[in-house]
Write a protein that binds this ligand. Structure first.
Ligand code: GUN
Ligand code: ZN
Length: 445
């Protein structure tokens, strides 16, 4: 393979460990004047500019940024691409919101032309918000996943997605059967899982919309394909929990329903997990499962306050998710800002280093992809963003009053959004530039 050495010089920050293990100060690496060197889609060098320049060839071409911060791409561990068109729908909590807004919109994905249009728009939104990997719900229609993966493949993205499984308690046009859901999921796994940077997640919507027979097929798929993901919702809303216990009276808890059918494993990601008992937390930890903390969604649907300290006490893997369209922003910066407020409501502080971890390396760890993505360490895939700390007049004014990096980072995540993301790089190639060109990346892995 011919070398495509490229280098970027800027202030540089990335998360290298969980603050809960090493303390906030040692959880990140910061280079005030750093250079990142990328070759064939991977990071090959990073460090203080003078040191990198001394060890790299003198012919190295370096792109220099001013007043910018390079960090690794954000990882959104829970989002629904088909809900892009009904984000910000008024007035309901989870179950009525699903019935009145979500299901009618998801029905439109029967039409692959519409699905393709939304997939493109959705991936453009991720790029302009600096999100480089996401764990994504499709709809029940297998074509919704085909068009999503086709578009993600063109852009060379590391994406995880799956077809929704739903065989009851939903409109007829949105249901499959245990057999058809199994067959279609299997065909999609064969077609897409580990194709380039793409991966598949078996995706039962949530316990109320699957019969026991369907949940059994999910367990079967996970046994047949142990390295695929399992992606669903858990314990988000009190009425939802009551409904689950009515539908599955023989089970001890909401999580126990999934557990009974073999759905807990190290690649299982459960969105929300707001109202979990200690027993459920312990079981999530024992099975190395992960939770996606979705603050904007939890506030928007009035679902509740996620208890991050409790999850940490149980040592559960946590990532952050926007949960668009119940979530109100594609921006992981905005999501970090709302996470901070959720902790404030519980008399807890969320340190900016922890937020950065959750939105990058923590997300990668919760997907067990930390050997590939999550920070800018040598050997990782080169997905990174160039952020403008002076993106708006207010940000520039406020940044100029900050005294240290942690303050800057906190201001960045309190005031930042897509205006802050100047450029997004996917696998070493620029895929988004705020100044206009959105380039399609055609480099094969
Ligand atoms: N529970 C089941 N389906 C959904 C969904 O689409 N969004 C959210 N937030 N929760 C769910
Ligand atoms: Zn969701």
């Amino acid at each position: 393979m011919t070398s495509q050495l490229r280098a970027y010089r800027s202030a540089m920050l990335h998360s290298i460990a969980d603050p809960k293990d090493v303390g906030n100060d040692d959880s990140y690496q910061y280079f005030e004047d750093g250079i990142l060197v990328v070759d064939n889609g991977h990071v090959v060098d990073i460090g203080p500019a003078d040191e990198v320049l001394a060890r790299q060839p003198s012919t190295l071409k370096v792109k220099q940024y001013h007043n910018k911060l390079i960090t690794s791409g954000f990882i959104d561990t829970h989002i629904h691409y088909p809900q892009t068109g009904m984000i910000a729908s008024y007035g309901e909590q989870l179950l009525d919101w699903l019935e009145n807004y979500t299901f009618p919109e998801e029905m439109r994905f029967k039409n692959p032309i519409y699905a393709h249009k939304v997939a493109k728009l959705f991936l453009d939104e991720l790029a302009s918000n600096g999100t480089t990997t996401a764990l994504v719900f499709g709809t029940v229609h297998k074509e919704s996943v085909d068009v999503f993966f086709e578009e993600a493949e063109k852009r060379n993205l590391r994406m995880i997605a799956g077809k929704v499984l739903m065989d009851r308690n939903a409109p007829d046009d949105l249901t499959d059967t245990p057999q058809s859901g199994y067959d279609e999921s299997k065909a999609l796994i064969e077609r897409w899982h580990n194709k380039g940077r793409l991966m598949y997640a078996v995706t039962p919507r949530f316990a109320p919309t699957s019969t026991p027979e369907q949940l059994e097929t999910v367990g079967r798929l996970l046994k047949e394909y142990p390295d695929v993901f399992m992606h669903t919702h858990l314990s988000e809303n009190k009425k939802e929990i009551e409904w689950v216990l009515d539908l599955f009276p023989e089970r001890d808890s909401y999580l126990d329903v999934y557990d009974h059918y073999g759905l807990l494993h190290k690649r299982s990601v459960f969105a929300h997990g707001i109202h979990l008992s200690d027993c459920e937390c312990q079981r999530l930890a024992d099975t190395d499962s992960s939770i996606a903390f979705c603050p904007t969604s939890n506030l928007f649907l009035g679902s509740g306050l996620f208890n991050l300290p409790k999850m940490e006490k149980f040592n559960i893997n946590i990532g952050m998710g926007t949960d668009v369209g119940a979530g109100t922003s594609f921006s992981m910066l905005q999501t970090m800002s709302e996470a901070y407020k959720v902790m404030q409501m519980q008399q807890e502080k969320l340190h900016p280093a922890k937020s950065l971890f959750l939105a990058t390396l923590g997300g990668a760890k919760s997907l067990h992809l930390e050997d590939k993505i999550g920070n800018l360490a040598v050997g990782k895939e080169a997905d990174f963003v160039v952020l403008d700390l002076h993106a708006t007049q207010l940000m520039r004014f406020r940044m100029n009053q900050t005294k240290n990096l942690e303050e800057k980072l906190f201001v960045l995540m309190s005031l930042g959004d897509d205006r802050t993301v100047c450029e997004t790089y996917i696998y070493g190639n620029k895929s988004y530039d705020i100044n206009g060109e959105q380039q399609q990346i055609k480099t094969a892995v």
